[in-house]
Every structure is written in C-alpha cells, then in structure tokens.
Design a protein. Structure first.
Length: 225
C-alpha cells in the first residue's frame, strides 16, 4: 500500500454546521426582503463563488454594496453560532484512522483563517494536522487556487493527495490540480448532484476512507463506493 496525504475539507465535512449556515444566511437575506430557505432550498441554490449563490436566491444581480453587506452579515451571524456545531459523526475516528495508516493529513477550508484555527482548536484536533489553512481575504472565490497553494506550501505532489470534501467546488479543485477526490454526502448538495460529478460519493467519512485505502492499494477511483 502506498502512502497518501489526505486533505480534509472542514465545513460540511469534518464540521456538521449546515443548520447554523442556513440560519445565518436567512438573517442576512431577510434584510433584503428575501424569504427564508430551508435545507432543501440551500441545496437547490448553493454554488461557488458565493456571490452567485445570493444572486440565485435574489433572482437578480447583487450589487457590490449588497454583496459586502451580505458577506459581513453571514460571517457575523455564523461565528456567533458556531459553538453549537459539532464534529460530523465519525470525524474523530476517521482522523485517527488516517494517523494509524501512517499517512499525513491537513485541513483546507474556505473559512476565515484565524477563526478556523480557533474553531478547530476548540474541538481538540488541531494537532492532528500538519497544516490548517483558511482564507486570508474577505471572500475566497473558488477553492482550486487555495488547494494549489496549500499543496505547494506542503511540498506535496498532487498524485499522492486525496481531497475529502462535500461540494462540487471540492471536486473541481482536486481535479484542477491533479489530485484524487472523494465526496462525502454532508447535506450541502442534493445527492444526485454529487453523483453527477462522476466521483466516488460516500455516505460516511469511514466509507470515504475505505475508498482512500483502495486507492492506496492501486485501484482506480470510479463513481460510486
């Protein structure tokens, strides 16, 4: 079995935060007279870059001023609630399993970097990662360029990297740099939308690591688990 490096996504993958994401979003959009959405509504509309997500909800372009207000509101509301979010079921076990396999692992998130460090540390798992990276600007755009910079800083060749995430943006980022991808059905997108990407989709983080082991043993990753 060859050695892999696992890059974990955070929001919706290791952190089960969809409830507070939807709550925080609805606070900001309500100020513009937009009706609240539920989890299914979130799955219907969510995309990156996030500004396009709001434009889908508003059914019109969002001005620069509106975007700045929406972005600030979301982060203010989210970080006021984030202590309620728990680790995804099986997250600790999955992280421990990577360590037991002798593989390295890191965390890459589109969350604000300093706040990310605080939250990961509060769950007592920060020392399990050789690197933790969030965004260092008000908005992050697409994940691909952040993944490229993340791997460059770690001096990891994409051919030994597997990204475990929960969004099409994760899949596009991994494929963009030449890394492998397994998608976790964390609830931020409809399951059929994940399957349509043609990547393996796992119901649990344990299943995602089962796929990683098969990859390390030389199997080719295909859609389905």
């Amino acid at each position: 079995m060859r050695s892999l490096h696992i890059v974990w996504d955070w929001n919706g993958t290791l952190l089960d935060d969809l409830d507070i994401v939807v709550e925080s979003l609805n606070v900001g959009t309500a100020r513009f007279g937009v009706a609240p959405i539920d989890h299914d509504g979130y799955r219907d509309h969510f995309t990156r870059p996030v500004r396009g997500f709001y434009e889908s909800l508003f059914s019109r372009p969002v001005s620069d001023m509106e975007w700045a207000q929406l972005n600030k509101s979301f982060h203010d509301e989210y970080y006021a609630r984030v202590e309620r979010a728990t680790l995804t079921t099986g997250a600790r076990e999955a992280i421990d399993r990577v360590a037991a396999l002798g593989w390295s692992q890191s965390l890459l998130s589109m969350s604000i970097h300093d706040r990310l460090l605080e939250i990961v540390s509060s769950h007592g798992i920060a020392d399990r990662f050789i690197s933790i990276d969030g965004i260092r600007s008000p908005t992050g755009g697409l994940k691909a360029r952040h993944l490229e910079a993340h791997l460059e800083s770690l001096q990891k060749e994409p051919t030994v990297v597997l990204l475990i995430g929960d969004t099409p943006d994760d899949a596009m980022a991994a494929r963009g740099v030449g890394a492998a991808i397994v998608l976790y059905d964390g609830g931020s997108h409809h399951l059929d939308a994940l399957h349509a990407l043609g990547a393996p989709v796992a119901d649990t983080l344990g299943e995602a690591l089962d796929v990683a082991v098969r990859l390390a043993e030389g199997e080719t990753l295909e859609a389905g688990v």
